[in-house]
Design a protein around this ligand. Structure first.
Ligand code: LLP
Length: 393
């Protein structure tokens, strides 16, 4: 990903910064879009993964819709130029103001997570003399086989409406003149590597699709959420996720009724690999038991390792020298006053010294969006690669 010219250009930049390879992003987007189009699938990009303006503009231009989880994300999507009709709004705790604003924008649909929320949306739509399009987010109790903190589709999770509440939900829908049920929605978790999990999801979606059909609801949309994982261990081997296998599973196992649309909400798979956090070595500290590489980036810029013990590949970028032949093991840490401020333990790297550049890879999703100003850190800085003018190349 980093050639000598690029590395040289990094040296004159103030660190730390996020580097976004917009060419890779465009290739990833066009691959995903082409494969989705083959099956007639629609993808709403999950803004929560990265809402950087440059990235959002390319995603909109590539023909994706927007999946939002806050009023501000809905507003951002509209400001960037996504059509309101391509915006969906999910989240367990939508405030009255957020719902009202989204109704005023006339977004495509609300993914509703509780029976109480149905009643609130109905009342707020009534105030405006409108009919709100809603999809019920159903908790399918499918184990996503991923990190417990990013599993969302189990009975013990706070998300969605449980099976046993569906009768009540349908009753409320029947009494709500200002709601139009357009579909059912699912999202079982993130960073899912075992694609068989999505087969299990399809089985549940089919059951529920039939359940609604038997009760006279002709659902227009089956929304199966996001969750496709990326290769954090070999970003250069798999820079673009396997969209073909992923979408094929839904094509093969989801039973669409005539005219039904299938919607996806991918976040990580679209933006992870295009982003790296670039940082400088401030100090090398050789301890009795450990060698520490102290960077000028920390958990404030990329929180995933501290929060989920997430693995990110760490690379020394400085042009190769003789000393590179000597491999050492470092605990790569940041400057923040917390022991969890660590990007990796015992990381094998060529010998490093003060001033060397370090890249932390696969940081395009849930990186800068989860940054904080803890310790009164600087605002995030960016460097972008040029964009392709002809994406087909
Ligand atoms: N739809 C819904 C309703 C979601 O909750 C999410 C992610 C997505 C779509 C997009 O999922 P993706 O395709 O990106 O897996 N901060 C964590 C990930 C949290 C994911 C939250 N929901 C991390 O850094 O791993």
């Amino acid at each position: 990903m980093f050639d000598a010219n690029l590395i040289e250009s990094f040296f004159i930049q103030e660190t730390p910064f996020y580097y976004y390879d917009l060419t890779l992003l465009q290739k990833t987007l066009s691959t995903a879009k082409q494969v989705a189009d083959v099956h007639g699938f629609q993808v709403h990009y999950a803004l929560k993964a990265n809402f950087n303006d440059r990235i959002l503009n390319l995603i909109r231009e590539a023909g994706f819709g927007a999946d939002c989880v806050s009023g501000n994300e809905v507003r951002k999507a509209i400001e960037i130029g996504f059509n309101a009709g391509d915006v969906v709004f999910a989240g367990v705790g939508k405030s009255d103001k957020e719902i009202s604003d989204a109704l005023d924008y006339d977004i495509f649909a609300f993914n509703v997570e509780s029976i109480e929320e149905l009643k609130v949306i109905n009342a707020l739509a009534a105030d405006r003399g409108k009919k709100a399009r809603v999809a019920l987010r159903i908790n399918p109790n499918v184990d996503a086989q991923t990190h417990q903190y990013i599993t969302t589709g189990l009975d013990e999770n706070k998300f969605g409406i449980a099976y046993w509440q569906l009768g009540d939900a349908v009753e409320v829908l029947g009494q709500s003149e200002h709601l139009e049920l357009i579909g059912i929605h699912f999202h079982i978790g993130s960073q899912i590597i075992d694609l068989n999990v999505f087969k299990s999801l399809c089985v549940k979606v089919n059951e529920l699709n039939n359940w609604f059909d038997e009760r006279g609801f002709r659902l227009r949309v089956l929304n199966v959420g996001g969750g496709l994982g990326v290769d954090y261990h070999q970003p250069d081997v798999h820079p673009i996720p396997d969209f073909r296998s992923y979408f094929s599973i839904f094509n093969d196992f989801l039973e669409r009724k005539p005219g039904q649309e299938v919607h996806f909400e991918l976040g990580r798979a679209l933006v992870s690999q295009c982003g790296s956090l670039i940082s400088r070595v401030l100090y090398v500290k050789n301890g009795l038991k450990k060698n520490f590489l102290i960077l000028d980036a920390g958990m404030t810029e990329l929180m995933r390792p501290a929060l989920y013990q997430a693995y990110h590949q760490i690379e020394k970028l400085t042009a190769a020298t003789e000393s590179d032949e000597e491999q050492l093991r470092y605990d790569v840490v940041g400057p923040i006053c917390e022991s969890t401020d660590c990007f990796g333990k015992e990381v094998p790297l060529p010998k490093c010294e003060r001033g060397d550049l370090i890249a932390i890879r696969t940081a395009g999703a849930y990186g800068e969006v989860m940054a904080s100003r803890y310790n009164l850190r600087d605002e995030i800085r960016y460097v972008y690669s040029p964009v392709l003018t002809d994406v087909s190349n």
